[in-house]
Design a protein around this ligand. Structure first.
Ligand SMILES: [Zn+2]
Length: 441
């Protein structure tokens, strides 16, 4: 069994005691073998002096297939953004462009210290995303987008209900649990507006039967909420609850517009909310009631959403923005740095049902870690509390090294499983072709 020694770092464990430990961290195989002892050796050594070591970030709402759309869908509200830009571009995807998009997204995630993501892909070519996750060493729970309803949907994205279910189950059977458990499947109906009741009910039932997550969007935008309410007579979350899309295995991205009753439903059903502050701001969707959700005890974790609406996939931006937004609404004491870092790590792992293995640095857990160098101009002088530095001052380019499943994916900012310049070049070529096919050039 090979070993990695991360030497002389400040280890922010995010365990139950919130321990901060100075010393070495030893990885044996895919797991953490010891924390804080000194004088050990490893087959590979990462020098972490002057660095903090944190559990890798867990982003619970990402669209890898949209990374190529960065900068091509700006300054629109949700429904226009979908109909005029995102759906035509998703419809124009080929296997090659999806793979290029996933590589670019995963490269960006790794470079910013994210080690695990819950992703919703497009209707077609989701197998390509799984292959890229497998080859890159990244950890992800991936779902094929499901869409069997809606107007102005390009024909390439219009599905027959039974086909959508069959293709999803086929991907589940092919990929769930692969690569030492690093790869998992989730059902990913796009949102209530894009799916028939029949599809949602089948997804609700199948997810329970198969023991996999459901990942969807909910109550992001007022127009969307009105569309669902006028069709179903129910508030969005009440409708999702009725069709079986609530529970501790369900992640609802956004939840910006919630009634008191809907918050109660989320709490009672232990449904996970994914807060995407940058995306909500850029699409002008509103500000999610995160302080209230946290106070009530609803699970809230963080995601960058896609590059089409953010335009970065950077957890530092999301932590900081999440904290600042709630302070603007409720005062500076609300959502302190430590809570933001929990949302970005262990709370994301809990939402994905992976907290027994990842989300904190503990002996026996999987080695999913990020090593961050503090001490640059923007992180000096060193804060007495390193968590403050991580949440409020640090940025993605401060991440030096990243380990997933006991394998080094980036060392001293060099990606080891992806060729960075090739990833960028391929993204440029595929984006030009894709925009041409979508008629957006
Ligand atoms: Zn999204």
């Amino acid at each position: 069994m090979s070993s990695i020694l991360i030497k002389q770092g400040t280890i922010v464990t995010m365990d139950e005691r919130d321990s901060i430990v100075r010393g070495d961290l030893l990885i044996e195989g895919d797991r953490i073998a010891s924390i804080g002892s000194n004088g050990q050796t490893g087959d590979t050594v990462i020098d972490a002096s002057g660095c903090v070591v944190i559990p890798g970030f867990v982003q619970t709402h990402i669209h890898l297939c949209q990374t190529l759309f960065r900068g091509s869908a700006d300054d629109l509200a949700l429904i226009d953004w979908l109909k005029k830009r995102v759906w035509p571009m998703e419809a124009a995807h080929t296997a090659g462009s999806v793979a290029a998009s996933a590589r670019l997204g995963i490269a960006e995630l790794i470079k910013g210290g994210t080690t695990c993501a819950l992703t919703m892909e497009t209707v077609n070519h989701t197998g390509e995303v799984f292959r890229v996750v497998e080859e890159s060493g990244f950890r992800a729970t991936v779902g094929k987008c499901m869409m069997d309803k809606g107007d102005e949907v390009p024909s390439a994205l219009q599905e027959i209900t039974s086909d959508s279910i069959e293709q999803s189950v086929a991907l589940l059977e092919e990929w769930h649990g692969k690569a030492n458990g690093r790869i998992r499947y989730c059902f990913a109906p796009r949102f209530a507006v894009s799916c028939t009741r029949e599809l949602l009910e089948q997804v609700g039932r199948l997810a329970r039967e198969r023991g996999v997550m459901i990942h969807t969007h909910a109550s992001e935008n007022r127009t969307e909420c009105e569309m669902v309410e006028s069709e179903t007579g129910l508030r969005n979350v009440a409708y999702l609850n009725q069709v079986g899309l609530t529970g501790s295995h369900v992640a609802l991205a956004h939840c910006v517009h919630l009634s008191k009753d809907e918050i109660e439903t989320l709490l009672q059903t232990k449904t996970n909310v994914v807060h995407c502050p940058s995306s909500n701001l850029k699409l002008g969707s509103g500000i999610a009631p995160v302080a209230e959700l946290l106070e009530r005890g609803v699970s809230v974790s963080l995601g960058a959403d896609g590059a089409a609406c953010n335009n970065r996939l950077d957890m530092f931006t999301e932590m900081r923005t999440a904290a600042l937004l709630q302070k603007a609404l409720h005062g500076p004491e609300v959502l302190p740095a430590r809570r933001a870092l929990r949302m970005a790590t262990i709370d994301g792992a809990i939402a994905m049902g992976l907290d027994a293995d990842i989300g904190s640095i503990e002996v026996g857990k999987k080695a999913d870690l990020a090593v961050i160098r503090l001490g640059g101009i923007h992180t000096s002088p060193a804060a007495r509390d390193v968590v403050s530095s991580i949440v409020y001052s640090a940025e993605a380019s401060d991440v030096r090294s990243v380990v997933v499943d006991g394998r080094i994916l980036m060392n001293e900012r060099k990606l080891l499983t992806l060729d960075e310049s090739e990833v960028i070049n391929r993204a440029e070529v595929e984006t030009a072709r894709l925009l041409g096919r979508a008629g957006l050039k």
